[in-house]
Design a protein around this ligand. Structure first.
Ligand code: MN
Length: 404
């Protein structure tokens, strides 16, 4: 039997060990947890019991102290945790600090500093171009192949998986409206994305090159960039998304360290345009990730977007967002952009899946052009792990509540 009763092949086995923050029932105390199968290891308590030097990094109410500690420490802590959950002689010492997942409350795992969202899927960008600019000669804007397009989002409304999302209200104006109207969004959508979590900061004035990506980014999580398409369509020219997206962004409760995803690294799609030196990854190690995402609405899978198809990598996005001298802070979060593959069942938004509402999805719970009140959206994913295993990513789930 594998250690600690984790079934063989469990995507949250000892090869994964994602980090989160939890509290036990009847307690307000939040502390760092590490997921092992269907259990949570109280990492700080385990560290204290084993007299580990990392106890202080693992005992706070957020992951930020661990994130700030830097790459060498991330690897050392992971090595220690791996030993605690695999070496038989530790089993007795660790056992009291394992709690069933079903018995704990999971919280937002880190204090989010800045939040940025990108637009890195060529399939998604072309689909959006075809839907919103049908008369344009090229479905991509002229800058798309030259820089990773992004916008600044709202870090204060990043919420953990399981948090309900109230339908936002705002201005919209359809072609038939003479003047804008105000009311609850009628085109509430999702964007299936991957979020990257910055650990080690960088000073102002020091761009982070592609080669330093792993020195700064600690790990990744699933991310749902909820989007009110009608609000977005009326407000976004010329400065980009604003209130159509800032009402809520959901992230998974588990942050998967990049150290758990080495077997999932892949070369990104072939670059069709020459890149400026700070973005040119032709001679760099591969920074793409083979993550298989699944999107479910009310428990019914509607799409399976492949992250390996993303044109811009997280390393390029980090290099771009610091190339002007902007600093990084511990807890910075950046979204990949909607993940859409080339096939009709690989699209990461309802906007694309229903072609802006023209072709509603036929779900067991009824037809859907966009989300209805009470709908629950859940993103899950896995990646290839060592020796044929799967590395599970924590799910991100949220239910739409009626406008207030
Ligand atoms: Mn987005």
């Amino acid at each position: 039997m594998p250690p600690f009763d984790v079934p063989e092949g469990d995507p949250f086995g000892p090869h994964n060990l994602p980090y989160g923050v939890f509290s036990r029932s009847g307690s307000d105390t939040r502390t760092v947890g590490v997921r092992l199968g269907d259990q949570v290891l109280d990492a700080g308590a385990a560290a204290r019991a084993l007299a580990s030097p990392y106890a202080s990094l693992l005992s706070g109410p957020t992951l930020n102290p661990l994130l700030a500690a830097g790459r060498t420490t991330w690897s050392d802590v992971r090595r220690a945790l791996t030993a605690w959950v695999t070496v038989p002689s530790h089993q007795e010492a660790i056992a009291p600090f394992l709690h069933p997942l079903s018995s704990v409350t999971l919280h937002l795992p880190f204090e989010v500093a800045d939040y940025v969202d990108f637009y890195a899927s060529e399939n998604h960008a072309r689909n959006v171009g075809r839907i919103f600019r049908p008369d344009a000669a090229d479905s991509l804007t002229p800058n798309w192949k030259h820089l990773p397009i992004g916008y600044h989002g709202r870090s204060g409304t990043v919420v953990v998986s399981g948090t309900d999302v109230v339908r936002p209200a705002g201005q919209r104006r359809s072609p038939s409206d003479a003047v804008p109207v105000f009311g609850p969004s009628a085109r509430l959508d999702i964007e299936a994305e991957v979020g990257f979590v910055v650990g080690a900061p960088s000073p102002m004035g020091s761009p982070v090159p592609l080669s330093a990506f792993r020195d700064h980014v600690f790990g990744l999580c699933l991310l749902n960039d909820w989007s009110a398409r009608d609000v977005q369509a009326w407000e976004y020219v010329p400065l980009g998304p604003f209130l159509g997206k800032s009402f809520a962004t959901s992230v998974s409760a588990w942050i998967t360290p990049l150290d758990a995803l080495d077997e999932a690294r892949v070369t990104p799609p072939e670059r069709t345009h020459p890149l400026l030196p700070y973005l040119d990854d032709a001679t760099e190690e591969p920074y793409g990730y083979d993550l298989r995402i699944s999107v479910a609405v009310n428990g019914h899978v509607v799409s399976e977007p492949p992250f390996s198809t993303m044109y811009w990598t997280a390393a390029q996005q980090l290099a771009h967002l610091t190339v002007n001298g902007a600093s990084l802070r511990t807890g910075d979060l950046y979204g990949s952009g909607t993940v859409s593959g080339p096939a009709p069942d690989q699209l990461g938004s309802l906007l694309e899946l229903t072609w802006n509402g023209r072709d509603p999805l036929d779900l067991p719970t009824g037809k859907r052009a966009f989300l209805e009140d009470g709908d629950e959206v859940t993103l899950t994913a896995w990646a290839p792990g060592p020796h044929g295993t799967r590395v599970g990513l924590g799910e991100v789930s949220g239910t739409v509540l009626p406008a207030g």
